[in-house]
Design a protein around this ligand. Structure first.
Ligand SMILES: [Zn+2]
Length: 73
């Protein structure tokens, strides 16, 4: 897979990734597999992963400003 911005190679990395789900609420998903550009820090989340994230974010009822979850594939 190649970076859409600069054409460099994307590498699979496991990272902790923040998602803003409301104005004041951020969910950090730990252990998320993403593709990250080694050149410009552009990243890509693959569709099957994104679908799981959607399910996770749908399911949580966040009342705190910050919630930290583990990604389970
Ligand atoms: Zn790039």
């Amino acid at each position: 897979m190649i970076c859409q911005k600069c054409g460099a190679k994307l590498e699979n990395v496991i990272t902790d990734f923040p998602f803003k789900i409301r104005d004041n609420s951020i969910v950090i998903i730990k252990g998320l597999p993403i593709l990250q550009c080694q050149n410009c820090n552009e990243y890509l989340i693959e569709d099957p992963i994104m679908e799981k994230i959607d399910v996770i974010l749908d399911r949580i009822d966040i009342t705190a400003e910050l919630e930290i979850l583990n990604f389970v594939a």
